[in-house]
Design a protein around this ligand. Structure first.
Ligand SMILES: Cc1cc2nc3c(=O)[nH]c(=O)nc-3n(C[C@H](O)[C@H](O)[C@H](O)COP(=O)(O)OP(=O)(O)OC[C@H]3O[C@@H](n4cnc5c(N)ncnc54)[C@H](O)[C@@H]3O)c2cc1C
Length: 168
């Protein structure tokens, strides 16, 4: 299938979900691609829990969509929010229920009008000059060619950039 979007975000960890929501809020048509079957990346697939930390020693320094995710989790009893770190390693820790994180991220993306595809591994990248023009995703028995004006690499390992030939 051939797909055309303004912005394609590759990788549905928390960074990719936040990037997709931010792009959609400024009016872009956005597609989020994830090779696995859920969002949250290592937070949900590798059980990196609790999150540390949203605070400097003096105040909260991370807000925005990250905080919106926490607010959503609190509203569905999926987190206590930010609590003092009992061992004092950092100012606060943010425990969460990984399954409620997965469903909350899907709900937020749907509410923001972001299209998404699971089981979509970006397998190849075509360039025009220094820019990515098209990527090809593979899932079981199916290939998609996706065109966009902007591609965002949120794979956590630079996988899109490397396939595009970026130096690293
Ligand atoms: C054990 C551990 C403990 C940590 N502890 C802390 C901590 O205490 N505090 C802290 O701030 N940070 C911590 N981190 C780091 C933090 O978890 C990560 O930096 C952050 O979660 C990364 O989020 P991300 O969205 O950038 O990437 P990821 O969560 O890695 O998400 C990347 C997503 O891209 C997808 N993807 C990859 N390649 C492709 C492809 N080719 N096509 C399609 N999809 C693709 C993956 O499936 C994944 O869902 C820890 C990490 C680990 C592993």
């Amino acid at each position: 299938m051939d797909l055309v979007y303004d912005v394609v975000v590759v990788g549905g960890g928390v960074a990719g979900v936040a990037a997709a929501i931010a792009a959609s809020r400024i009016g872009a048509r956005v597609l989020l691609l994830e090779k696995d079957m859920s969002f949250g990346g290592v937070l949900t697939s590798a059980l990196v829990n609790p999150m540390m930390t949203f605070h400097s020693p003096a105040r909260q320094v991370i807000g925005g969509i990250g905080q919106e995710i926490i607010d959503r989790l609190v509203s569905v009893q999926g987190s206590y929010g930010h609590i003092d770190d009992p061992i004092g390693f950092v100012k606060s820790i943010t425990p969460f229920d990984p399954e409620k994180m997965k469903s909350s991220l899907i709900e937020m993306l749907v509410e923001e009008g972001v299209d998404f595809l699971f089981n979509s591994l970006v397998a190849s990248v075509s360039r025009e000059g220094d820019s990515i023009s098209t990527i090809t995703t593979e899932s079981t028995g199916e290939k998609n060619r996706v065109n966009a004006q902007v591609f965002i690499d949120s794979t956590g390992g630079g996988n899109l950039s490397i396939r595009a030939g970026a130096y690293y």
